[in-house]
Ligand binder design. Structure first.
Ligand code: PEP
Ligand code: MN
Length: 350
């Protein structure tokens, strides 16, 4: 249920409404906008009569939430969620796109990682992303350096000032990974690991939630719902492609349309990972451009100092030079898109 308060409603009136709902075991999430406060109340709606709530002092309107994703949906929060990732980097809303770049896996070569980190920083990326715990399809493939890898990432952050994002594969690792990382990533294979999602909801770090390889948009938003419902509103959705029938030319199918769809139904920031979506280096640039043009709030791109010898995902990793050139172009594109969104109201003929 959504309770929209009058702009003039005072705190006492807001709390009275909240108390009434809480007494029926509703969970309340307050969205305090510039003009008015909106309460999203999750619970058994048979226990409270919407008409009695609507007649309370300070209440403007009571609405029932139609979509199953109650907290991640726009029905409960009309304004875009803006997340502070740290270092003053904001993602979502009208903020410039955030770029997260780095090798697929952190490898036993800290010089290589530092080269990528310095390149990313100089080119304008805000986040260094690299996996220390790797979810690999085969148990015989490189599984990641675990805590040692987290230490390398921490060193790169110390030297470059970049924020660190890394994957968390299992609930018992949360404290360890969170003690090193600024942003926690849930991989595509874990999108429906509900215990992990609930546990991440009890942390206070931003969570990047990747879309499952065969997840519908609705399932994706419901997975985000788990994290928010458990207490952490800072979820960044990551579109990374879904499984298709033709893996000969692309690893997955990048669902570009999911960006405006998610933006329509959800207030959460959305980023795109063109690397896992395509699996091919030459496709990173066109897909990055498409993602920004479709409204993505950021990109996650694999970059390696020596892709041919990477321990994982070399074929889709950009070289440091390719990344620099890509960032130069994306910067220009970002300005064009910004001009377009600022002027499109006046530019419409008639
Ligand atoms: C990754 O981001 O390193 C990864 C394994 O991607 P995904 O979970 O999207 O497959
Ligand atoms: Mn990878």
């Amino acid at each position: 249920m959504i309770i929209v308060m009058e702009p003039a409603a005072d705190e006492e009136q807001i709390q009275k409404v909240a108390q009434k709902l809480k007494s029926h075991n509703f969970k309340i999430v307050f969205n305090r906008g510039e003009v008015m406060t909106v309460l999203a109340a999750i619970g058994d709606k048979r226990l409270v009569d919407p008409a009695s709530l609507a007649s309370m002092e300070g209440v403007r309107e009571v609405k029932l939430i139609q979509e199953p994703f109650k907290l991640s949906g726009r029905e409960s929060k009309a304004d875009d969620t803006v997340i502070d990732l740290g270092n003053g980097v904001l993602i979502g809303g009208k903020n410039p796109s955030v770029v997260m770049a780095g090798p697929c896996s952190v490898e036993r070569d800290i010089e290589g990682l530092l080269k990528v980190a310095y390149t990313a920083k100089d080119a304008g990326a805000q986040v260094l992303r690299g996996g220390a715990f790797k979810p690999r399809t085969s148990p015989y493939d490189f599984q990641g350096m675990e805590e040692e890898g987290l230490k390398y990432l921490a060193e790169a952050r110390k030297q470059t000032g970049l924020l660190i994002a890394t994957e968390i594969m299992d609930t018992p690792e949360i404290d360890l990974v969170a003690s090193y990382a600024d942003i926690l990533q849930v991989g595509a294979r874990n999108m429906q690991n509900y215990k992990l999602l609930k546990a991440l909801g009890r942390t206070n770090k931003p969570v990047i939630l990747k879309r499952g390889p065969a997840a519908s948009i609705r399932e994706f938003l419901l997975a985000a719902e788990y994290v928010i419902y458990a207490g952490n509103p800072n979820v960044i959705l990551c579109e990374r492609g879904v499984k298709g029938f033709d893996s000969h030319y692309t690893r997955n199918i990048l669902d570009i349309a999911s960006i405006p769809v998610i933006k329509k139904y959800s207030h959460l920031p959305v980023i795109v990972d063109p690397s896992h979506a395509t699996g091919r280096r030459y496709l990173i640039e066109p897909m990055s451009k498409s993602a920004l043009a479709a409204g993505a709030d950021g990109l996650m791109i694999e970059v390696h100092h020596d892709p041919e010898n990477a321990s994982s995902d070399g074929a889709q990793s950009l070289t440091t030079d390719q990344f620099k050139s890509l960032m130069f172009k994306l910067n220009k594109l970002g300005k064009l898109l910004n001009d377009l969104s600022e002027s499109d109201v006046e530019a419409v003929p008639g």
